[in-house]
Design a protein around this ligand. Structure first.
Ligand code: MN
Length: 630
């Protein structure tokens, strides 16, 4: 218990260690201006070797699949021969320079592979890829990695698909993702809103609103004449996804396609009755914000390809909100600001610092990699997402600046969108599972903090804690919007909510939006990351050809899968698993054990739920990393 600020161990200043931390952890506001990011990666914030090894294993699978897709038809006898020939070609073309330590690995592994062949699962490549990836921070290797990638993509399928089957041919080794066979179904489209990769958009409405003049006729043609739009609105059965924030976004042209981005509205309804398994049905879609002849209202009765086209427009919009806003800004960059404030304001021995740090492992490193290579000109976002790179960066800025910390407290978020009551909206797997994990974290955080703060007064008197809040909020600090109670932290209750939000975002929320990338977003026919045709011509009949023109060209689809597979396959560390002896205060042990046993219970509950619904596995505690590191 904390007696007074005088002898409070929290407040003993250790100027030296904080001075060093403040030199190492400096803010930069120009990487993605004006967001707060780390200037350069401090010592000790680099990825670990075991992280690189996990990455190398993922790269191996993607690499072999891509290689076989792109050059598997060159007459060699087996996939293993193709891999050997590729390695030989890369060496002969001098893509791997002889002046780095990679060559040591190359000399160890490659002669063996060339002479004796390679095993069925290509595991020999892991060591080599590990070395290449780990050392690619060195400029010369980054260039050579680039050359290897160029050679890999030579001969890739290009141009527009002439049939959906073309997309299936991109997976000769990995197998076609299962979404390929289900994405056209309305149930799957609706389920994406409540259990998909961006399950945070859906909101309850009493009517579709002036911007989206859905009529009773439209409604009844889908939901039946014994129901009505007005009744559904009154009974809380109408739900909207509104992509207004994408209005006016400028379509990019990198690498060489004109890409399109849309700001659609989609209306969903729950059928009448009290069936506990009643699910949302898609009713109508409008592909732009301005009603009228350019953007007619499309329903399942508008024709097979018009409806498919409109649903895909919604997926494209959803993907372009997901990556810059929901994923990058509201998990990666949000948590990144707290990593800096924590290191700069809390000594390593401060109880809050001890609690938070394991949830920050690898976050500055991955965020820095993202700003340098991913959301940068010529990077993956520029290539694959719909907007220009500048516009995608603006979306990330908007995503973070418009994200009020105080409104982000999870139960509040659901209330604000009108989706908090399971009696009104029964099937919302993300909500139900997220709240279970939230409660487990909240209980752990509260009980832990109660060890050190017996009263609200103790919270107010913790000078270091107050400095931490002030810095996270400030213009010269983390620039977190709407954080604190009157600019400070005044109560134990608020402190517990705030720390729960940070840990939940660093673990569960990131898992919920990061790991569906490969399974749900990776398939370029189901969720193209950009549109490749305008959506304002749906006034005429839409043909299969029109629909195919909207989808990702095959080279883009291949790159999309590869990038998203890489980003959503590294599970490094696990929620609730702190290193042995990490908490030295013996009072923490029983609380930690309780947290871990609660997480096991959550795991069991979610597994139980998955027996009665299409499985939603992204919030199983065993699949939630402790920190954002990919
Ligand atoms: Mn991520």
């Amino acid at each position: 218990m904390i007696a007074s600020s005088q002898d409070n161990p929290i407040n003993v200043l250790n100027a030296d260690s904080l001075t060093i931390a403040r030199q190492e952890y400096q803010y930069n506001y120009t990487h993605i201006p004006p967001l707060a990011m780390v200037d350069t990666i401090p010592p000790g914030e680099d990825f670990t070797n075991s992280w690189y090894f996990l990455l190398a294993q993922q790269v191996r699978g993607i690499f072999v699949n891509t290689l076989i897709t792109n050059r598997g038809n060159r007459g060699s006898e087996s996939i293993r021969d193709d891999v050997r020939l590729f390695i030989l070609e890369v060496l002969l073309k001098g893509a791997i320079p002889f002046q780095t330590n990679i060559i040591v690995k190359v000399l160890q592994i490659v002669p063996q592979i060339l002479a004796q062949g390679i095993s069925r699962d290509f595991r020999e490549l892991d060591d080599l890829l590990f070395s290449i990836l780990k050392d690619s921070g060195i400029t010369i290797l980054r260039d050579s990695l680039q050359k290897v990638i160029e050679i890999l993509y030579e001969g890739q399928p290009k141009g527009r698909a002439t049939s959906l089957k073309d997309y299936e041919k991109l997976f000769p080794v990995l197998g076609v993702p299962s979404i390929a066979t289900t994405f056209q179904e309305d149930e799957v489209f609706a389920y994406m809103r409540v259990a998909g990769y961006n399950p945070v958009m859906i909101q309850r409405v009493s009517s579709p609103g002036d911007r989206f003049p859905v009529t009773e006729e439209h409604y009844q043609a889908v939901m039946g004449t014994d129901d009505s739009l007005a009744t559904a609105g009154e009974e809380g059965r109408l739900y909207l996804t509104d992509y207004r924030l994408l209005e006016g976004a400028i379509g990019g042209t990198y690498p060489y396609y004109q890409k399109y981005l849309y700001a659609p509205l989609a209306l969903f309804a729950l059928p009448k009755g009290s069936d506990p398994n009643r699910q949302l049905c898609p009713v109508a879609i409008q592909c732009g914000q301005t009603p009228g002849s350019d953007y007619p209202i499309i329903t399942p009765n508008s024709g097979k390809y018009a409806w498919l086209f409109a649903k895909t427009v919604v997926q494209i919009a959803d993907g372009n909100v997901h990556e810059p806003v929901t994923h990058l800004a509201r998990t990666h960059l949000f948590v990144g600001a707290f990593v800096l404030a924590t290191h700069r304001q809390l000594r390593r021995t401060h109880p809050l610092s001890i609690l938070l740090r394991p949830h920050f492992e690898g976050t500055l490193a991955i965020n820095d990699a993202a700003q340098q290579a991913l959301i940068a000109p010529g990077g993956g976002v520029d290539r694959l997402l719909a907007a220009t790179i500048d516009n995608s960066r603006v979306l990330a800025v908007y995503g973070l600046q418009s994200y009020s910390f105080n409104n982000a407290i999870l139960p509040k978020q659901f209330k604000q969108r009108g989706v908090d009551d399971p009696n009104v909206l029964p099937v919302y797997p993300y909500r139900d599972d997220a709240l279970l994990v939230w409660d487990a974290i909240h209980q752990w955080v509260s009980s832990y903090l109660n060890l050190y703060y017996a009263t609200d007064e103790d919270v107010k008197k913790d000078v270091a804690l107050q400095a931490w809040v002030a810095e996270a909020r400030s213009y010269d600090g983390g620039r977190i919007s709407d954080f604190g109670e009157n600019g400070a932290i005044e109560t134990r209750e608020y402190l517990a909510d705030a720390i729960t939000l940070i840990i939940f975002t660093a673990s569960a929320q990131h898992a919920a939006v990061n790991f569906p990338q490969v399974g749900l977003m990776g398939y370029g026919a189901a969720v193209p990351l950009a549109g490749y045709a305008p959506a304002s011509f749906l006034t005429k009949e839409v043909s299969e050809e029109d629909y195919l023109k909207l989808l990702a060209p095959l080279d883009q689809a291949q790159r999309q899968y590869n990038l998203l597979a890489l980003l959503s396959s590294v599970y490094y560390n696990k929620l609730g698993e702190y290193s042995q002896g990490y908490f030295t205060d013996p009072q923490v042990q029983p609380l930690l054990q309780e947290f871990q046993s609660n997480l096991k219970q959550v795991e069991a509950t979610i597994n139980q739920r998955n027996l009665k619904r299409p499985p939603y596995k992204y919030l199983l505690p065993s699949k939630i990393p402790q920190s954002i590191n990919i």
